[in-house]
Design a protein around this ligand. Structure first.
Ligand code: SF4
Length: 324
């Protein structure tokens, strides 16, 4: 068994065996640069040299009914995060125009909460039309949508449905007690069945094991999710995970590389927690570690980086910003 032999399998889209997955994880501390180099090779073979850029707006913030332990927007925690109802279509369109000027092509409208009421659905529909009219790709992260709601929003121009599974089915009950993991999996399936581009991934550094990371990746692979957002915990005061140390850059890079071997042809988009884990100096390492997309601008409740410096890093790495 060797990195070369596992890489050859990944180049053909073949899933590594359990022993090979273990071998990849064991390479992480000692042979990290080689692991990352092989992951980058798999990434360029399947996805070329393009880096997908997306941006989001926190369109409805706080007072969420759910109690996800890592999230500042839960109404169950004492985090000092903004609270406001759904922004108007005009406000969302203004944020989309700013994101477009910064180089993003996909624009995600993100709203806190588990289920979507009728008034918010009307607001989403109007905002989706406005974002599409700007020539951007409208995505929506609204919680769980019913099939009829998905169809209606797709007819309005919705292209992407975003719903993270967050972590493995095994670890999830330790992170959230207000809904079942299966509800999230069903939401992802409904988005795929509706013919939408589904973004579903997770957050790392929340006490999950390597087994949990593998379990999540294999489920995403089985579901056929085309795009996998990867977030890293920023511990937020007032949340149950406030005292947890952020992941080291090395561990986060190893997770990205592992995901490239497990999901060789999927978009791996690095989202929240990038500045927390990598600071300003090490973010560019992600671009040659198997990642194929970046979220630019601010995240939901934390500040992001400078999109211009992301574009510079992309070009320096010999990569090109992608239209999707
Ligand atoms: S992660 Fe989503 S569902 Fe969970 S508390 Fe935060 S906004 Fe609510």
């Amino acid at each position: 068994m060797s990195l070369d032999s596992i890489t050859r399998k990944a180049l053909d889209g073949v899933l590594p065996s359990d022993a090979e997955i273990m071998f990849l994880i064991e390479q992480a501390p000692e042979r990290l640069p080689e692991l990352l180099g092989h992951a980058h090779r798999v990434r360029t073979a399947h996805l070329g040299r393009k880096v997908g850029l997306c941006a989001i707006v926190n369109a409805k913030s706080g007072t969420c009914s759910e109690d996800c332990a890592f999230c500042a927007q839960s109404g169950h925690h004492a985090a000092d995060s903004p609270e406001y109802p759904l922004l108007s279509p005009d406000e969302i369109a203004e944020a989309a125009a700013r994101a477009k000027a910064a180089g993003a092509t996909r624009f995600g409208i993100v709203a806190s909460g588990k289920l979507v009421g009728g008034r918010d659905l009307d607001g989403f529909e109007a905002a989706i039309r406005r974002v599409a009219a700007l020539g951007m790709i409208p995505d929506l992260s609204p919680g769980i949508l019913e099939r009829g709601q998905l169809t209606r929003l797709k007819q309005a121009g919705l292209r992407g449905y975003h719903h993270n599974l967050e972590t493995s089915a095994t670890h999830f009950p330790r992170m959230c007690s207000t809904h079942r993991y299966e509800e999230d999996v069903d939401a992802v399936r409904a988005g795929l069945d509706a013919g939408l581009y589904v973004c579903s991934g997770g957050i790392f550094g929340i006490g999950e094991t390597w087994d949990d990371r593998v379990e999540l990746a294999l489920l995403l692979r089985e579901l056929g999710v085309p795009s996998v957002p990867m977030n890293f915990l920023t511990p937020i005061p007032g949340t149950p995970l406030e005292g947890r140390a952020p992941l080291s850059p090395e561990e986060a890079l190893a997770i990205v590389a592992l995901y490239r071997f497990l999901l060789p042809d999927r978009q791996l988009r690095i989202c929240g927690g990038r500045p927390t884990v990598f600071g300003t100096n090490r973010q560019r390492e992600l671009l040659t570690a198997g990642a194929s997309g970046l979220m630019v601008g601010d995240y939901l409740t934390t500040r992001g980086g400078d999109a211009a410096s992301d574009l510079k890093d992309i070009r320096r790495a010999g990569l090109v910003p992608a239209r999707e």
